[in-house]
Write a protein that binds this ligand. Structure first.
Ligand code: CAA
Length: 260
């Protein structure tokens, strides 16, 4: 396994855990941190022993955004040529395996956007979600205007992004559907790992297909989405795990999935 400077990685059974570990900067997402996140994610995505990934930060901060000090003097032409922030989004949205964010503390700007790139968000009850970029003279650049709007609706997304000072606490984030469960901070990671382990125990092919199909709900119209879903549903019948899952039900026993 590679050595990282700004993240920690751990494997528990079929679950991989990536912990952002740049405490002095509240996990501000500098290029090295993002390089390491992407490197770890692609390794876990390609490791057949891993069925789901958990992404977390510290109790104080999931991530306080893109690194302002690193980007403040960059210029449009170089940002354009280097596809600044594009490489973040592209890598993580290519993940085929489910990834769950466990958010304690601040998830601001790029931190909120990073959480929203994950498939499920669980929050500690002190979590804060916000898009303060407007206060810096810029706008969200890693998906915030799109994913937040899908998650909380136009009026709340506009209010958050245009004022830069309306944040969501964990309960509000849950009431809007941005977050699916809230836990006490000290329970958050263990509860998130439990859910990840539950997912990782299912047949890996149907898990990936389900993720692909849900994500198409953001891309396709209804009839194309239903068509896409039906083809994948039919395709699951080519897997050993579908045979095992249905046989186990008929025989009144637990399925033993082989992820094939
Ligand atoms: N970039 C760089 N450094 C950051 C940072 C960031 N986004 N957020 C915090 N830090 C650093 C602080 O500069 C400080 O460093 P020093 O000790 O060297 O001064 C350290 O982390 C601790 O932060 P604070 O002293 O500010 O801690 P606090 O508890 O007083 O405040 C906070 C916490 C409200 C989160 C505050 O740090 C803050 O407002 N951070 C910036 C949030 C922000 O604007 N995020 C959006 C960034 S732009 C973006 O993300 C673009 C995009 O769409 C991708």
């Amino acid at each position: 396994a590679p050595t990282y400077n700004m993240i920690k990685t751990e494997v528990q059974g079929r679950v991989a855990i990536i912990t952002l570990n740049r405490p002095k900067a509240l996990n501000a997402l500098c290029s090295e941190l993002f390089y390491e996140i992407n490197d770890a994610l692609s390794r876990f995505d390609n490791d057949s022993g891993i069925g789901a990934v958990v992404l977390t930060g510290s109790e104080r901060a999931f991530a306080a955004g893109a690194d302002i000090k690193e980007m403040k003097d960059t210029e449009f032409v170089n940002n354009y040529k280097s596809n600044f922030l594009g490489h973040w989004v592209e890598q993580i949205s290519k993940m085929r395996k489910p990834i769950i964010a466990a958010v304690n503390g601040y998830a601001l700007g790029g931190g909120c956007e990073l959480a929203m790139m994950c498939d499920i968000i669980y929050a500690g009850d002190k979590a804060v979600f916000g898009q303060p970029e407007i206060n810096l003279g810029t706008i969200p650049g890693a998906g915030g205007t799109q994913r937040l709007t899908h998650a909380v609706g136009k009026s709340k997304a506009m209010e958050m992004i245009l004022t830069g000072s309306v944040n969501l606490d964990a309960q509000e984030a849950m009431s809007y559907g941005l977050v699916s469960k809230v836990f006490p901070p000290e329970k958050l990671l263990e509860e998130t790992i439990k859910t990840a382990a539950k997912i990782a125990a299912k047949g890996a092919v149907s898990v990936q297909m389900a993720k692909e199909a849900v994500n198409q709900a953001y891309e396709l119209n209804l009839s194309s989405g239903l068509h896409f879903e039906r083809r994948l549903f039919q395709a699951t019948f080519a897997t050993k795990d579908q045979k095992e899952g249905m046989a186990a039900f008929a025989e009144k026993r637990k399925p033993d999935f082989v992820h094939e």
